[in-house]
Design a protein around this ligand. Structure first.
Ligand SMILES: O=c1[nH]cc([C@@H]2O[C@H](COP(=O)(O)OP(=O)(O)OP(=O)(O)O)[C@@H](O)[C@H]2O)c(=O)[nH]1
Length: 623
């Protein structure tokens, strides 16, 4: 997993580490970077005296190491790498530069110099961007160094020799390895520890930010003025991508990078006028705002349980099973399970094994009922349009029949047939909410896996194309088709302005349950399956599967529940929500894996895809 978002910028590039150092390899791969290792053949014998400072020597050596690898790979007619990283670590003490000892005596000389003193460790780093122009190698070199101070204790001759005989000093700058036995020699370290070990990861990430998100004039001033970053308000769908709704972001990458990605803007950085403006570091995820937005669902679940007299049934403190409670209060078993799960996760019920036990809300019940009655009138239902179906009647068995599931209309996108979403304004508001919500995680979704091997993608139920836009931005060769209902596609223009990435995005109005699916190397179902009842999910996956050639991918993105379907709370709330609105449900990873495998997708991989979301990527096996 990539923790530092800027490392994601290198995710789709051919990155080469021009180093034989196992420590550098470990530091970078632990950080989530994917790269090839090609040790440099550059001989480290530059004339030290010709450099004004020790770090200038380290930086030049790092640069020469990286350039040697870049030109060797280019000449060998291998694929010219996109980025080559070189590094050189040295120790500087009393005006001397110490590199790796050549033998034990040399190690002894070095360690004796360091004994009882403070010294500096410098690592020079070169990041070389490579371009092949008409067969010629063109490079852009960025370089920096990091300094760390290290103080050795007073060490006895005996200890020094014992350490030298361990063999550890031989491949290490200054003759010691701080990360292993050599750590015992060190009294203190001031600065970046990893820099001593061989690679200043923190400074490296900062350098990438500088390269990929160069500051624009006015940013600093704006940052000072905007103590609270502006957020999407959901008020006017046209604002969603409009100016002023997101913190201003910078355009990424070198000019070549941007040209490839189709996001080139004027050098020097004028305002990024294409509308998504998600190219910079990810804006903070508005978790607490979303919690507030969804807060009414929590009280709604409580009031509903009260009105259904769930707590009365349990007041005898005799544990009851969900099935029994369902039967007593006359609701479907499926509805009871989900409502009780939510009540349990809210702490309103205690769970003992597979049974439910009333918790301590008894004495407060009147207050809850009074508030609940005031607000859950079945006609007003908290005046929230999307949640209009959530009333006690939604849980009732239809027509007194003992059906195990709630009966709900199963036409495509029932929300659009919901009486509360009849006007164009209502629909726009709903699509706008979906667009804003989707946009919060598009970047994490499209970078959860390296999708660069795919040439075409089809985002089924892709709504306004927020995900498609980000896909196109991140994968400059990818062509994306968004399929959604005509009612939704009709409103796309309200949310997407033209921009270079949109040239590779096309919209197809249609019903993915009925109409033929466009051919693609990768199909995407992002937050779609949970909206549909099981038979519809099976039908949709089977349609996708038969549209896939062997090797094609299917990317599922969903909020995942734990295997017992007891947490997280947000997923339980979503699952209850899905049941009430569309008859769907959220699932655990094993269920989604099983679904993928059942429909011919193997090698299923799993990765986080933003707050609360998980992505699963399966590959269609041969038919
Ligand atoms: O505490 C520690 N200090 C230094 C090291 C390791 O020392 C070497 C430094 O050598 P250099 O920078 O020339 O790198 P090489 O190993 O020769 O690999 P290249 O192919 O990149 O030239 C480096 O490996 C540090 O990791 C240490 O481990 N601990």
């Amino acid at each position: 997993m990539v923790l530092c978002p800027v490392l994601g910028k290198l995710l789709h590039k051919h990155v080469v580490l021009a180093s034989a150092s196992p420590r550098r390899r470990e530091i970078l791969s632990n950080a989530g970077l994917r790269f090839e290792v090609v040790p440099s053949k550059f001989k480290e014998k530059l004339n030290k005296a010709s450099f004004p400072t020790p770090y200038a020597y380290a930086v030049e050596t790092a640069k020469q190491k990286a350039l040697e690898v870049a030109s060797r790979l280019h000449q060998k007619d291998l694929r010219t790498p996109d980025v080559v990283i070189g590094a050189d670590t040295i120790v500087a003490v009393s005006g001397l530069i110490l590199e790796k000892p050549v033998d034990k005596q040399d190690a002894y000389r070095m360690l004796s110099r360091l004994n009882g003193k403070e010294h500096s460790v410098f690592t020079g780093v070169a990041i070389v961007h490579c371009y092949s122009k008409e067969g010629q190698l063109d490079t852009e070199v960025s370089e920096f160094y990091e300094e760390t101070s290290v103080k050795f204790s007073e060490l006895s001759e005996e200890l020094l020799w014992e350490y030298i005989h361990s063999g550890e000093p031989m491949d290490k700058a200054g003759g010691y390895g701080i990360q292993a036995l050599g750590g015992m020699l060190v009294e203190y370290v001031r600065g970046d520890f990893l820099n001593v070990v061989g690679f200043p990861l923190n400074h490296f990430c900062k350098k990438l930010v500088e390269l990929y998100y160069p500051p624009r004039q006015g940013d600093l001033q704006r940052a000072r003025q905007d103590s609270i970053p502006p957020v999407d308000t959901f008020e006017n769908p046209r604002d969603v991508d409009g100016a002023g709704c997101m913190p201003v972001q910078r355009t990424a990458g070198s000019s070549k990078d941007r040209a490839e990605a189709g996001t080139d803007h004027q050098a020097g950085g004028t305002l990024d006028t294409d509308c998504n403006r998600m190219v910079g570091p990810l804006p903070p995820f508005p978790a607490s705002l979303l919690e507030l937005v969804d807060g009414f669902k929590v009280s709604k679940a409580l009031f509903t349980a009260c009105r259904l007299k769930v707590f009365d049934v349990l007041k005898g403190e005799v544990p009851q099973k969900a099935e029994d409670i369902a039967s007593i209060v006359d609701i479907s078993v499926c509805g009871a399970k989900r409502l009780l799960d939510v009540c349990a996760t809210l702490g309103l019920l205690e769970r003992s094994e597979r049974e439910m036990l009333n918790a301590s809300i008894g004495t407060h019940k009147r207050m809850i009922e009074m508030r609940g009655d005031g607000q859950i009138d079945e006609n007003t239902v908290l005046e929230h349009k999307v949640y209009v179906l959530c009333s006690t009647s939604s849980f009732r068995r239809r027509g007194g029949q003992k059906t195990p599931h709630i009966q709900l209309p199963m036409e495509p996108f029932p929300l659009f047939q919901n009486t509360s979403l009849q006007t164009r304004e209502d629909k726009l508001q709903f699509v706008g909410a979906m667009h804003s919500l989707g946009k919060l995680t598009t970047r994490q979704v499209v970078t959860a896996f390296d999708l660069s091997p795919f040439a075409s993608a089809c985002d089924l139920g892709g709504c306004t194309g927020a995900l498609a836009r980000e896909l196109s931005r991140q994968y400059p060769r990818l062509k994306v088709t968004v399929v959604d209902l005509p009612d939704i596609i009709e409103h796309v223009f309200c949310f997407q302005r033209d921009g270079p990435e949109m040239a590779r995005v096309r919209f197809q109005a249609g019903d993915f349950f009925r109409d033929s699916l466009p051919k693609a190397d990768l199909y995407i179902l992002s937050r779609v399956l949970h909206d549909w009842p099981d038979d519809r999910v099976q039908g949709l996956l089977s349609r996708v599967s038969s549209s896939c050639r062997p090797g094609a991918g299917l990317l599922l993105v969903e909020a995942i529940m734990d295997s017992e379907e007891r947490k997280p709370r947000a997923s339980l709330m979503w699952s209850l929500n899905s049941l009430l609105q569309t008859g769907g449900r959220d699932r655990c990873v094993a269920d989604y894996r099983a679904l993928l495998e059942q429909h011919g997708f193997g090698d299923v991989q799993e990765a986080p895809a933003g707050p609360g979301l998980t992505a699963l990527l399966g590959t269609r096996v041969g038919q």
